[in-house]
Design a protein around this ligand. Structure first.
Ligand code: F6P
Length: 341
């Protein structure tokens, strides 16, 4: 068989570990050829690819980013490509495609499947918002990075008696804020799933200082929203790929808190640091398992399915289930986190 593999959407640690695993399983065990498609679906459309063999994936387990490159493609361009899917696959000589990506990548994968190109998905995202899988690789690394940042910020915050607002990624789902906030012992956690009241945040911090505490840490997901009629926030802009770029909740919150509390406040925007560098051990393992299962799925003739972690097992789930809606933080998880704030 000739299997194409591409990485698409925002990168995350563990992409290279999947590519490595795919090559090892497909080439060594099945005697396949693996074709690395460059820059996601753009490389499929523009027919840019290169063969991937054992030597090409040496040392990839620990390397962040993606050796294939990644991109986002406008929906209209994807629709045009879908119309010629069989021809694009034939020109690259691939029998099936392994698409490693998040919701956007999976939405396109579904269209390519329907147009006759067999696709198996592998879920990646630091946001942990892909549905029908317990988690995706990249998330654990992002949580570790954000947790370490919170640990570090605590000591400097305490020295200066400051309020630190740590902005983490997460547009629609606040998983990173929830888990890093819990692991780092933050005093406030603001998620897109539950609009916050700035007054309650101020009261919480004031009470904390009144108890003799010398600093406070508030973790906010970039998509955290104020309750209607409270704080006015720049809604941000929607980019050409349909994603909203938020208007800087961290900076705005820090300004507000300083204004209302009269305490020095600093925003810290972790941004792409959460997506860079080597994957954690857990993400390396998950990425490796996903690669293995993706190759097996292709050999079973699966199309329109993705590798999902369900409990301790990797199972195949319909891509349609992953993209139906994002996986957001359930109320129960928020209640558990709030109990220890
Ligand atoms: O979807 C993953 C993600 O990291 C989001 O958390 C974040 O909002 C977005 O990508 C950032 O995208 P870009 O790399 O285009 O700035």
């Amino acid at each position: 068989m000739r299997i194409g593999v591409l990485t698409s959407g925002g990168d995350c640690p563990g992409l290279n570990a999947v590519i490595r695993s795919v090559v090892h399983r497909a080439v060594d065990v099945h005697g396949d050829e693996v074709v690395g498609i460059e820059d996601g679906y753009l490389g499929l459309i523009e027919q840019r690819s290169r063969p991937l063999d054992h030597d090409d994936v040496q040392g990839l387990l620990t390397r962040g980013g993606t050796i294939l490159g990644s991109s986002r493609v406008e929906p209209a361009r994807i629709r045009r490509a879908v119309a010629e899917a069989p021809a694009l696959a034939a020109a690259l000589g691939i029998d099936a495609l392994i698409a490693i990506g998040g919701d956007g990548t999976f939405a396109a994968a579904q269209l390519f499947c329907e147009a006759g190109l067999p696709v198996v998905g592998v879920p990646k995202t630091i946001d942990n918002d892909v549905n029908a899988t317990d988690t995706s690789f990249g998330f654990d690394t992002a949580v570790s990075v954000a947790t370490e940042a919170i640990d570090r910020l605590k000591t400097t915050a305490e020295s200066h008696q400051r309020v630190m607002v740590v902005e983490v990624m997460g547009r629609e789902a606040g998983w990173i804020a929830l888990e890093a906030g819990t692991a780092g012992g933050a005093h406030g956690i603001l998620l897109p799933e539950k609009p916050f009241d700035i007054e309650s945040v101020c009261v919480m911090i004031e009470e904390r200082f009144a108890r003799g505490k010398k600093f406070a840490i508030v973790v906010a997901a970039e998509g955290a929203r104020p309750a209607p009629g409270t704080l006015r926030l720049d809604p941000g802009v929607v980019d050409r790929y349909g994603h909203r770029r938020y208007g800087g909740i961290g900076t705005r919150l820090a300004q507000e808190l300083e204004h209302w509390l009269g305490k020095e406040s600093r925003p810290v925007i972790l941004g792409h640091i959460q997506r860079g560098g080597p994957p954690t051990a857990r993400d390396r393992v998950l990425a490796t398992r996903f690669g293995w299962h993706a190759v097996e799925a292709v050999h079973k003739g699966a199309s329109g399915y993705f590798t999902a972690l369900r409990g301790t097992l990797v199972e195949l789930m319909p891509i349609a289930d992953a993209i139906a809606e994002p996986k957001t933080v359930p109320r129960q998880r928020l209640l558990e986190a709030e109990a220890v704030l």
